[in-house]
Design a protein around this ligand. Structure first.
Ligand SMILES: NC(=O)c1ccc[n+]([C@@H]2O[C@H](COP(=O)([O-])OP(=O)(O)OC[C@H]3O[C@@H](n4cnc5c(N)ncnc54)[C@H](OP(=O)(O)O)[C@@H]3O)[C@@H](O)[C@H]2O)c1
Length: 251
């Protein structure tokens, strides 16, 4: 079950954190993984880590907000492999500031990275998936689009848009056997959350507020992605799958 052999998977933001975890899980399940991020050197190291284990991987360094570069990558992958079976649109950033101080430039940066780039990527991979009458699109949202927090208005808005887009594309692409699902992670101790992880008061709050009683571990996100990417998940579409240690289920 959940064998991804012969599948080509593009994962954005795959050089560290949750993206790297999902890339490792997909590669271990047999997929050829195309790792994207901006840091070319780190990506090459990641590819080497996978190929040293006998897994199949390549790097595709580009900034997801450089929309032409993203489209060009998908064109290149079509030329190289003839298809893309799985897209995991994961690259994301945050900017924390009270709304009254939030600058439009930072708002746009977050929206462009977390939302607009995802729309562009989905639009670019869709024709390849329609041609094969098969595809798996996995968007990375956030539990912040379900339970909001102060000081992250652009982030929450971008993730809310991702959740809505997931449902919309699930309906639009279902006739072509393309599933579109969204993983909404809870609090994971990644680089994005360094400041929060290092704040003992915040960590105490996370431990008390999360039913499982701790931060998520990055290796706990990959298996969810493998399931959604698998042939076995063919009837699962439009799902917002929280992976949050029960956070959004608790009062
Ligand atoms: N960690 C959490 O608790 C949490 C919770 C909910 C949702 N999420 C979501 O999960 C996703 C991954 O988060 P994370 O915590 O793993 O973040 P992270 O550790 O900061 O990693 C972000 C990844 O995205 C890449 N990236 C950032 N901007 C990019 C751009 N413009 N173009 C291409 N790649 C870019 C980064 O590499 P480069 O900097 O080299 O480009 C890196 O590989 C995000 O969408 C985030 O919103 C995370």
């Amino acid at each position: 079950m959940f064998d991804l052999a012969k599948k080509i998977a593009l994962i954005t933001g795959a050089s560290r954190g949750l993206g790297w975890s999902m890339a490792q899980s997909l590669a271990k399940a047999g997929a050829h993984v195309v790792l994207n991020a901006r840091d070319e050197k780190l990506l090459s190291e990641r590819v080497k880590t996978l190929t040293d284990q006998g897994l199949s991987a390549q790097a595709a360094a580009f900034d997801v907000t450089h929309f032409e570069a993203a489209q060009a990558c998908i064109k290149d992958l079509k030329k190289q492999w003839g298809k893309i079976d799985i897209l995991i649109a994961n690259a994301g950033i945050n900017h924390r500031q009270a709304i009254q101080d939030f600058e439009l430039e930072n708002f746009e940066k977050v929206i462009n990275t977390n939302f607009k780039a995802i729309w562009v990527l989905c639009k670019a991979v869709t024709p390849l998936m329609v041609e094969k009458k098969n595809g798996r699109i996995i968007l990375i949202g956030s539990m912040s689009a379900i339970n909001a927090r102060p000081s992250i208005s652009a982030y929450v808005a971008s993730k809310g848009a991702v959740h809505a887009l997931c449902k919309q594309l699930a309906v639009e692409l279902a006739p072509n056997q393309i599933t579109v699902n969204c993983i909404a992670p809870g609090f994971f101790a990644t680089e994005m959350n360094t400041a929060l992880v290092e704040d003992p008061q915040f960590t105490k709050w996370v431990q008390e507020r999360t039913p499982v009683g701790r931060w998520g571990r990055v290796e706990e996100i990959g298996p969810a992605a493998v399931f959604l990417a698998s042939d076995e998940a063919s009837f699962v579409t439009g799902l917002i799958m929280t992976v949050d240690g029960g956070f959004t289920s608790a009062m």
